[in-house]
Write a protein that binds this ligand. Structure first.
Ligand code: KMT
Ligand code: NI
Length: 171
């Protein structure tokens, strides 16, 4: 199923259950016939807007790719459905270690609000992905709050995440 492992020890794989413990959700959906399954998830989790992104090494600006790879969080959950190509999301575990999640076509991931992560392209150098946004958002928001920025650690989304999934007030 999901291909996830510790970045500092590739033999130490991470299961969907372990990912769920830190709030990461995952679905496998046929990207060539997704509407029924995706609609059900959107209804259940109250997703509204959808948009497609095509990110490509060499075509997408390097500054954009660099920004995605800086450790950050968002105030809302990050929902990405891989339609083609592949992608890498690194997320922090409870002990602040990197878990690398390698995603391919047909895989949908939800990173909870307030979780530190970063994104980069996979070995194909290209990804076509659908971004989904909570219906409560008046317009799609995916502002990254970088970890090294003053104040990120005390954002409400971070405090809630730390309390709910890390069992502490903040890291
Ligand atoms: C993010 O915030 O990490 C991203 O939007 C990554 C690129 S979307 C495939
Ligand atoms: Ni992000």
């Amino acid at each position: 199923m999901v291909n996830a492992y510790y970045l500092n020890d590739k033999d130490q794989t991470v299961s969907l259950e372990e990912l769920a413990e830190i709030g990461v959700l995952y679905w496998y959906i046929d990207a060539d016939d997704y509407e029924e399954k995706l609609s059900a998830i959107c209804k259940e989790r109250k997703y509204g807007h959808r948009s497609l992104v095509d990110i490509c090494a060499g075509r997408t600006m390097q500054s954009t790719l660099d920004k995605f790879y800086e450790e950050h969080l968002h105030e809302f959950e990050e929902i990405r459905f891989i339609m083609d190509g592949n992608a890498i999301f690194d997320v922090r575990d409870k002990f602040d270690e990197w878990i690398r999640i390698e995603l391919e076509k047909n895989e949908l991931i939800v990173l909870p609000a307030g979780m530190y992560h970063r994104f980069t392209l996979g070995d194909s150098g290209r990804v076509k992905a659908m971004r989904l946004f909570l219906a409560e958002q008046p317009e799609p928001i995916w502002t990254p709050e970088n970890r090294d920025k003053e104040g990120t650690e005390s954002l409400p989304a971070r405090l809630e995440y730390a309390q709910k999934f890390l069992g502490r007030e903040s890291y």
